[in-house]
Design a protein around this ligand. Structure first.
Ligand SMILES: NC(=O)c1ccc[n+]([C@@H]2O[C@H](COP(=O)([O-])OP(=O)(O)OC[C@H]3O[C@@H](n4cnc5c(N)ncnc54)[C@H](O)[C@@H]3O)[C@@H](O)[C@H]2O)c1
Length: 405
C-alpha cells in the first residue's frame, strides 16, 4: 500500500497553495504592523488550514499560541507547528481532564486576542481567569454554537470582552456553513462508510446554513432528503428547495441516515433512535456529540467498533444503529474539515477581525459585534478575483438613480 497520509508539514504547504486570500491579507497586515508585539491565541479545529492561519498571523507580527481539544486535533499538524517553534496546547490522545489542563495553560500564556470556536475557551476564561480577561483586547468567534452563548452572556451582563461574531458575516456562513460543511460532512460519511447515498432516505435535522448545505450535497448524490425543523420559515424554505418537510418524530421510522445540524442539545433523542430502521446511521454535522442521546446510547448493550469511526449499538427494540465519529462532528473528527478554499475565506475573515480588534477594540465596550462590512467586502472581492471572477461597477447614472426618491 502507498502511504497516502503525507507529513504534517507537507499537508500544511498543500493547503497554503489554495489559500491565496490569506496570503494577501497577511501581507497587508504585516505591512501595517498592527499585530506587532501582540499575543494571539488560536483555538480552532487544528488541521493544515488552521496551521496556515497561525503561520500567517505570526508572519504578520503576532506571537501566536495554539489550543485545540483532542477530537479536533490532527497530531501531525501539532508536530509540524512545534517544529516551527509554535507553542501548541493540543494532543489528539488527551483525556477530558488533559484537555482542560491544556486550555488552562493556553490561557495562562496571557492572550491579547483570542480566536475561539464554540466560545469554549472564552467561557473558561470568564469562569476561571477574570484577571486575564480584564487584560485582553477582545476575541473573534468562528461558529454559530459559540455566538449563541456569547449573546446570552452579554444579555446577562456577564460578557467582559468585545467579541466579533465572525460566524455571522455573510462572507462566512453563506460559504463555510453551507458549501464547506455541507460538502465535507456528506463526503466524510461516504468515505467512512464506503457506501453511497443514492436512493437512501436522509433526514436532515435543522435547516439552518449547515442543514441547507448537507441537504444540498446529499440530494445532489441521489439521496431522498427529508428535513425536520422547528422554525416555520426555515421549514418552508426547505419545502421550496424541494425537500419533504416532516417532524423528526414522524420521519424517524424511515431515516436510513440522520444528519443532526442544529447545534443544540438533544436534537436526536432516545425515542427517535428507537424508531430508526435497522442499520441506520447517526451523524452530527452541527455542534458536537451533545446533539446525540449519548447517555442512552452508552447504556445500550454491546457497542461494537465495526470499522473506523463507526460504532454499532443494539437498540432496546433489537435493531442496529451505527453512530459515526462517536457523535462528534464527522467532518472534523474523521476527515479534514471544510474544503481549503472555503476555509481560506473564513480564516482570512478571522485574520482581519484580529487586526481590527488590535487597531480599534481597546475603546470598545464588552459585547458581540458584527464583523465590519468593509472586511467582508474586501475578503469576498479577493476570493472572487483569485477564482478568476470579476465585478461590475455602477455607472454615474445608476448611482444617481439609486439616490433618487
Ligand atoms: N461541522 C462543521 O464544520 C461546522 C461548520 C459550521 C457550523 N457548525 C455548527 O453547526 C451548527 C448549526 O450551524 P448553522 O449555522 O446551520 O446554525 P443555524 O442556527 O442557522 O441553524 C440551526 C437550525 O436548527 C434548527 N433546530 C434547532 N433545534 C432543532 C430541533 N430540535 N429539530 C429541528 N430543527 C432544530 C433551528 O431552527 C435552525 O434553523 C452550529 O452548532 C454550528 O456551530 C459546524
Amino acid at each position: 500500500m502507498i502511504d497516502t497520509t503525507g507529513s504534517g508539514a507537507e499537508r500544511i504547504i498543500w493547503a497554503a497553495r489554495s489559500m491565496p486570500v490569506l496570503t494577501q491579507v497577511a501581507a497587508r497586515v504585516k505591512s501595517a504592523g498592527t499585530l506587532n508585539g501582540l499575543r494571539v491565541g488560536v483555538s480552532l479545529v487544528l488541521e493544515p488550514k488552521t496551521a496556515n492561519l497561525a503561520i500567517a498571523l505570526r508572519d504578520a507580527g503576532a506571537d501566536v499560541v495554539v489550543y485545540c481539544n483532542a477530537s479536533s486535533t490532527d497530531q501531525q499538524v501539532v508536530e509540524a507547528l512545534r517544529a516551527r517553534e509554535f507553542r501548541v496546547f493540543a494532543d489528539s490522545a488527551a483525556t477530558e481532564a488533559d484537555e482542560l489542563q491544556l486550555a488552562r495553560e493556553f490561557l495562562e500564556t496571557g492572550l491579547d486576542i483570542l480566536i475561539d470556536d464554540g466560545a469554549s475557551v472564552t467561557r473558561l476564561a470568564h469562569r476561571e481567569y477574570p484577571e486575564l480577561v480584564a487584560k485582553m483586547i477582545g476575541a473573534a468567534e468562528e461558529t454559530t454554537s459559540g455566538v449563541r452563548p456569547l449573546r446570552v452572556m452579554h444579555e446577562e451582563g456577564q460578557l467582559r470582552l468585545p467579541v466579533i461574531a465572525v460566524n455571522d458575516s455573510a462572507a462566512k456562513y453563506l460559504f463555510d456553513n453551507i458549501y464547506g460543511t455541507g460538502q465535507s460532512c456528506v463526503m466524510a460519511f461516504l468515505d467512512i462508510t464506503n457506501l453511497q447515498l443514492a436512493g437512501r432516505r436522509v433526514v436532515v435535522v435543522g435547516y439552518g446554513w449547515v442543514g441547507m448545505g448537507v441537504a444540498k450535497f446529499a440530494a445532489a448524490l441521489g439521496a431522498r432528503v427529508i428535513v425536520s425543523e422547528i422554525d416555520p420559515i426555515r421549514a418552508l424554505r426547505a419545502l421550496h428547495d424541494g425537500y419533504e418537510v416532516t417532524a423528526f418524530r414522524e420521519a424517524a421510522g424511515a431515516a436510513e441516515v440522520v444528519f443532526s445540524c442544529t447545534g443544540l442539545a438533544d436534537a436526536v433523542t432516545a425515542e427517535h433512535v428507537e424508531a430508526l430502521p435497522d442499520g441506520a446511521f447517526l451523524c452530527t454535522a452541527g455542534g458536537g456529540d451533545f446533539e446525540m442521546p449519548m447517555e442512552y446510547l452508552r447504556g445500550l448493550d454491546g457497542p461494537r467498533h465495526v470499522r473506523h469511526a463507526v460504532t454499532a449499538f443494539t437498540t432496546r427494540s433489537g435493531r442496529t444503529v451505527n453512530l459515526i465519529s462517536e457523535g462528534d462532528c464527522l467532518n472534523c473528527a474523521d476527515a479534514e474539515g471544510n474544503p481549503i478554499e472555503v476555509m481560506d475565506l473564513s480564516l482570512s475573515l478571522q485574520a482581519l477581525a484580529v487586526e481590527r480588534l488590535a487597531a480599534d477594540a481597546k475603546d470598545w465596550q464588552p459585547g458581540v459585534y458584527d464583523l465590519p462590512a468593509d472586511i467582508e467586502q474586501e475578503v469576498a472581492r479577493i476570493r472572487l478575483e483569485a477564482a478568476g471572477g470579476s465585478l461590475e461597477s455602477l455607472t454615474d447614472r445608476q448611482r444617481e438613480a439609486a439616490r433618487a426618491w
